[in-house]
Design a protein around this ligand. Structure first.
Ligand code: NAP
Length: 251
């Protein structure tokens, strides 16, 4: 369909895929990935690009050359570099910008959370809390756990570790969410886990390990989110769709 507004969706989350699939009915969507996952989940019938833009200035140029009318940053709550770059580029180009970000998890009765500000602090805290840890924090973050003593690591990621693996002694599992409570409970038990390390990702897809830890009275080192980018933010795909549709009626 001609003359549909061109929208860049910065992706890498389930919500980004859902938004791209739905918004494609009325918008010309380009779905952008960092290119870290070997077989990412992709939206259907939209343009997909993969790989970094080369920083905020290069992203600004990219938005100009592709005549993008609006940007929805639907990246993971911990993807704060691309989030900041997207804000800078949109301000530079005077483009509408929206952050779609699911709310964080909140501790419930029975949870034993040790909240830390970042991954490095999680690694520092770990030996004081447990001796056999389950990590599912993303392969890029594993270097922070190199050199900690007295803690065995069981690490789950979507893809297997790179050849330049900073933690050769760890046990590696692969898996892609959503995960179930029963499966996560079995995993924690089967691997004798006594502490879980998690980013406060929010959402349902990876929450089962938190619920399983609560049920098994296992403490969780919970990494707090980085500060969100400035500007308009919504928590749901429906709200992001409303925002996109309101842009059209405003122009
Ligand atoms: P980040 O630290 O904010 O970004 C690092 C660099 O990767 C950015 O400066 C940008 O490169 C590039 N990049 C990131 N997201 C991109 C996208 N959607 N399209 C094009 N380039 C992108 O991000 P990250 O934490 O490494 O996460 C990378 C991707 O994985 C994100 O798309 C995110 O949604 C997804 N993800 C992240 C996590 C997590 O825990 N961080 C978890 C699940 C999924 P240039 O500067 O060269 O443009």
């Amino acid at each position: 369909m001609a003359n549909r507004p061109k929208v860049l969706i910065l992706g890498g989350t389930a919500e980004a895929v859902e938004l791209a699939n739905t918004a494609a009915a009325d918008h010309d969507i380009t779905y952008s990935l960092a290119g870290r996952t070997r077989t990412p989940t992709l939206p259907a019938d939209v343009t997909v690009r993969s790989g970094g833009f080369g920083g905020a200035v290069a992203l600004t140029r990219w938005l100009t050359s592709y005549r993008i009318a609006a940007v929805v940053d639907a990246t993971h709550p911990f993807a704060d570099t691309i989030a900041r770059n997207a804000v800078l580029a949109c301000v530079e180009r005077s483009l509408p910008h929206l952050k779609l970000m699911r709310p964080p998890w909140e501790p419930l009765s029975g949870d034993d959370w040790h909240v830390v500000p970042d991954i490095a602090s999680a690694a520092t805290a770990l030996p004081h809390i447990g001796g056999r840890a389950f990590l599912s924090v993303g392969r890029q973050e594993l270097g922070a756990f190199a050199g900690i003593e007295g803690v065995a690591l069981v690490i789950r990621s979507i893809d297997p570790p790179e050849s330049a693996n900073p933690l050769p002694e760890a046990v590696y599992l692969t898996g892609r969410g959503p995960f179930t409570f029963d499966r996560e409970t079995d995993l924690l038990k089967a691997n004798d886990i006594d502490v879980v390390v998690s980013k406060n990702a929010g959402g349902d897809a990876t929450y089962a390990k938190i619920a399983a830890a609560r049920a098994l009275s296992i403490p969780v080192v919970m990494v707090a989110r980085p500060a969100p980018p400035p500007g308009a933010t919504v928590e749901t795909v429906d709200a992001a769709l409303d925002w996109l549709n309101s842009l059209e009626t405003a122009t």
